[in-house]
Design a protein around this ligand. Sequence first.
Ligand code: SAM
Length: 313
Amino acid sequence: MNNEFALDVKKGLTAKNKYIPDRQYYDDRGSIYFQELMVNEYYYPTNSEYEIFENYKSEICKIFTYNNKKIQLIEFGAGDGYKTKILIKELIKLNSIFTYYPIDYSEKYLIELKSNFSKIFPELRLKYINKDYFAALKDFKNNNDNYRKIIFFIGSSFGGLTPDESNSFLDSLHKLISNDDMVLFGIDLKKSPTVLRKAYHETCKNWCFYLLNRINTELGGNINLNNFEYYTNYDPVTGEYKWYFLSKINQVINITKINLDVELEKWEPIYFSKSKKFSEKEIAEILDNHNFKIINQFFDKKNYFTNIIFTKK
Ligand SMILES: C[S@@+](CC[C@H](N)C(=O)[O-])C[C@H]1O[C@@H](n2cnc3c(N)ncnc32)[C@H](O)[C@@H]1O
């Protein structure tokens, strides 16, 4: 039994408002669901960010490498590194990269990334870190070595954090970097709810059902998937797109391996995940409030997505 999964499920399903922690989305099979999502024609975030990197790679990497300083690249939630490759290639061309540290709690991704990158970039020094973002943040120190720290948090991962997690992440980043270091965020912008629904509703359904199924197969649950309705919605005020399962009946789920009976009332939700969309003004204010200053910002042609380079004020 996967203990972390068992603990997360127990914690989430015994909470007042029931939830499944979304870090559980990315087990071996979950990572494959994400890769399938990335190539779906309606899932715009990957294409938008890819387009930005392709169009502005030279400009972005010139900013990272001004003064010809060598770079230590640290990436939170690296996934399979599909888009990061574009910028690494450019940095290698500029002879600027020192070491690349991809961080992810999906080891499957990291192993794949390492094997793939070592073939295409044999000269790249790569040390992967298989940890949670917050644990990995403690592995790095704010020191004045002769390389520049460049931190990547792309793919709209910032929009998946809770407000407390975002504050803590930004505070830790602020402590970690010096004025000469830089951060690259990939931020999903507010847009038509129709575009969002096409990107996220049907496309994520099997992935979400898979997570419920995992409770049955790994933890001895007796969840009948027919007794749940998959529901997603977008709140244009908060900019949050959210995923839920709603219990269609009054029911008790039994999860034997964690010794848990979960009582659900008719139409009670189990919350799965969220992806927050920001206005340009909102994200600028968040960075400003955390004492960061924006160096430059890039957009895709449809204005769906933005990549922001910032540093400490
Ligand atoms: C939305 S995907 C983005 C992947 C990649 N950055 C991209 O843009 O395609 C999020 C990635 O972050 C990882 N991840 C999510 N939460 C994490 C956490 N708390 N700690 C470490 N990795 C995490 C997932 O395993 C997944 O690979």
